[in-house]
Design a protein around this ligand. Structure first.
Ligand SMILES: [Fe+2]
Ligand SMILES: [Fe+2]
Length: 279
């Protein structure tokens, strides 16, 4: 039997930092996303000061998005100790907020965690010495374990990881090197390779690089709003990807350049047009 092929379009965005005064500010963008994508992926720092009131403003603007929304919180969403209320508000609005959880859509599985910091590679902070250092490292280890167990539960053909902090150094390049250890952790990279993840989306590094790869070649995309605005000046500030499901020779996530905007998966391009659209 020939496997049924399908294309799921993901629109990915992070660090929108909604404030009390943001009502309507991203609504045109959200409307455009709803017309071009099948799923909206939000990678944390959804609010500016972590206030429930800010989340209510965002939920109102997201109400117009009639496609599924899946996301994680970022560090800003914890600033005021109202993170649980933020999750409740966004969940009540229909978003799938992940914290070591999974969600599936048409053969594409999502695993999400906030992640944490601590640095990369040989420069990563180790759990040694004072208790407070051990506790700090423990947080990154716990986030990596949460991600690992979420990925272990996903049985879908494609596994997409959503996080706030960076799992690799590549996508924080562009930030001052002094703050690299606060932008992500290599500990988040290990589960990605173990479960052969299809692609990873994160934010947090506002001045970082838009694309990188894990040591095993898994694509990692930094979709922070500021990164997209400065790197893709001719496109709206979100990234659009096609996930090809059901086709053995075409199991990839393809970033869509300018030529691919404006179509949904229901009127997807022919293979010739698709390869022309890939950037
Ligand atoms: Fe941010
Ligand atoms: Fe952040």
């Amino acid at each position: 039997m020939i496997p049924k092929t399908d294309v799921v379009r993901l629109a990915a965005l992070a660090d929108i930092h909604y404030a009390k005064s943001s009502q309507g500010s991203l609504q045109p963008l959200f409307n455009q996303i709803a017309e071009t994508a099948d799923v909206l992926v939000l990678c944390g720092d959804l609010t500016d000061y972590g206030l429930a009131e800010e989340a209510r403003v965002l939920a109102k603007d997201l109400a117009a998005v009639k496609i599924p929304v899946v996301g994680v919180l970022g560090n800003h969403d914890f600033e005021s100790g109202e993170e649980k209320e933020i999750v409740r508000i966004l969940t009540d609005g229909g978003a799938h907020m992940l914290d070591g959880d999974t969600w599936e859509f048409r053969g594409v599985g999502f695993a999400g965690v906030r992640g944490f910091c601590g640095g990369f590679g040989r420069g990563a902070l180790g759990p040694w010495g004072e208790k407070i250092i051990k506790d700090f490292v423990h947080e990154a280890v716990q986030e990596a374990l949460k991600l690992e167990s979420a990925l272990a539960r996903l049985k879908s053909e494609h596994r997409i990881v959503v996080m706030h902090y960076a799992p690799i150094r590549d996508t924080v390049e562009g930030e001052p090197p002094e703050i690299f250890p606060f932008l992500g952790s290599s500990r988040l990279e290990e589960p990605l390779s173990r479960f052969d993840v299809t692609a990873v989306f994160h934010g947090h590094a506002h001045k970082g690089a838009p694309e990188g790869k894990t040591q095993t070649g898994i694509p990692v995309y930094n979709v922070a709003h500021a990164v997209l605005k400065s790197n893709y000046t001719d496109q709206p500030p979100y990234r659009l990807f096609e996930v090809h499901t059901g086709s053995r020779e075409d199991q990839t996530v393809t970033p869509i350049g300018e030529a691919g905007w404006g179509r949904r998966s229901t009127d997807r391009p022919t293979p010739e047009k698709r390869s022309a659209a890939a950037s």
